[in-house]
Design a protein around this ligand. Structure first.
Ligand code: PLP
Length: 443
């Protein structure tokens, strides 16, 4: 059985350990929610302060040129490209993941192969709701159909693709279970049927190695505020394979996507390449913060980059699974995340089954947070009022306790203490106290 001393020894040998110093984490907190909102990098506050006082305060409008504000979407995009297997000039940091999904899905639906027979978007019922909502609204607009599959089985996904399907829209790492799709195999299956593949990398960028070119993906979008540590509501990103970038126009063609925005021409002419996926003026202060977040992930480069981060992420998550299953045995926790390394991302989720039907998952997470271990909870929908919505969203998904592991700042001893706190919460039954059962707006 692994001991606290074993965990400390693993930390001593960890080459990534010093990267924790890049973050301003509060004392006494073990942060297992970087998959939802990455923590504050040390560099962010001074950088944003400089952007405010010098670039904005003194530079004023001159800073669009002198401080490089105008090129930030492309410059940050090049940094993101290094984390997702894209080339320089192929990614822009901009807008939100939801908005970027609208742009790429619309573009993909305009593809020449999306002829009259191809009017279906295939996705999964378990995909993140914003992806499904965006696809639904687009389908309403375009008169196409969203077809949702029940589980994440790759063969079932491949089998659903036929000559009616225009786009396969998948999230690489599932937000609830942490299950990871094989991007290259599914993209190849899509291409064999003449279908374009759109990938949501919200839980992948900065968390697992991604190689968009090796996978031959068509479009990808992702989030800046999770594993990229860009801050609350940070700009997201969008990538389009260069074979498509100049072929399609996206529908939110604002002036920043114009070939020459400062010509102020009345007629629209799209910029070349990925810049046409911009829309309007960018949030420069948020971009400045995002750059600091990206730099924390890129700081792992000389220490082995995403390969080293992945190695440690798998070691941390293996350890967490093993410790929860051994030290919290008897508390009816069941692992939801696949055990197999190449089938999961950087988070671990459990359900709790209880005889009275109340999982207690929310309250257990609240009690853990009160003890300084911050994870989160995602509601199931077995009893939800929307159980019978039009898309049949509810198929008895369980409540889950969700824990994200970011190897930049989480160590093996942290894992030990987190599990020990979980064990105490479960043993003591303190999570049953009313204050831990009161739901807040954001869970
Ligand atoms: C898979 C996935 N896509 C998209 C989003 C969020 O999109 P947005 O940044 O537009 O809110 C999330 C947020 O958790 C997510 O998990």
């Amino acid at each position: 059985m692994i001991t606290l001393q074993d965990c400390r020894a693993l930390d001593t040998q960890d080459p990534l350990r010093k990267l924790r110093g890049l973050f301003a984490l509060p004392e006494g907190v073990i942060y297992l929610d970087g998959n939802s909102l990455g923590p504050l990098p040390e560099a962010t506050a001074p950088r944003v302060a400089r952007a405010i006082t010098q670039e904005w305060g003194e530079g004023l409008i001159r800073s669009w040129n002198s401080a490089g504000w105008f090129d930030l979407p492309q410059r940050l995009g090049d940094k993101i490209a290094r984390l997702v297997g894209a080339h320089p000039g192929e990614v822009v940091a901009t807008d939100s993941t939801s908005i970027n999904l609208y742009k790429v899905l619309s573009a993909a639906l305009s593809a020449p192969q999306a002829d009259a027979r191809r009017s279906v978007i295939v996705s999964e019922r378990s995909n993140f709701p914003t992806d499904l909502y965006i696809a639904q609204s687009l389908c309403k607009e375009r008169g196409c159909e969203l077809q949702l599959l029940d589980d994440g089985d790759a063969d079932a996904i491949a089998a659903s693709l036929d000559e009616r399907v225009a786009v396969l829209m998948l999230t690489h790492v599932n937000y609830r279970t942490g299950a990871m799709h094989e991007m290259a195999a599914l993209t190849a299956a899509a291409h064999r049927k003449g279908v374009l593949a759109v990938w949501d990398l919200a839980h992948s960028a900065g968390a697992v190695p991604v190689d968009l070119h090796a996978a031959d993906a068509d479009f990808a979008i992702g989030c800046g505020y999770k594993y990229l540590n860009g801050g609350p509501g940070a700009p997201a990103f969008v990538w389009v394979h260069p074979r498509h970038a100049d072929r399609f126009e996206q529908p939110l063609a604002g002036w920043w996507s114009h070939a020459a925005p400062f010509d102020f021409a009345p007629g629209y002419r799209p910029a070349a390449g990925i810049s046409r996926y911009l829309c309007g003026t960018q949030p420069i202060l948020s971009m400045a913060a995002l750059e600091c977040g990206l730099d924390t992930v890129l700081a792992a480069g000389p220490l082995g980059g995403m390969t080293a981060l992945r190695r440690k992420s798998l070691a941390l998550t293996d350890l967490f699974m093993e410790l929860v299953e051994s030290r919290c045995a008897g508390h009816r926790l069941a692992l939801v995340t696949p055990r197999q390394h190449d089938h999961r991302g950087s988070q671990v989720c459990f359900t709790r089954t209880a005889s009275d039907g109340e999982s207690g998952a929310y309250a257990i997470v609240q009690a853990l947070i009160a003890r300084g271990v911050i994870g989160d909870y995602r509601a199931g929908n077995a009893r939800a009022s929307h159980a019978q919505d039009g898309l049949g969203h509810a198929r008895g998904l369980p409540d889950i306790l969700r824990f994200g592991f970011t190897p930049l700042y989480i160590g093996f001893e942290d894992v030990w203490h987190a599990v020990e706190q979980l064990r105490q919460v479960l043993e003591s039954g303190e999570w049953r106290r009313p204050e831990f059962n009161q739901k807040h707006a954001v869970t």
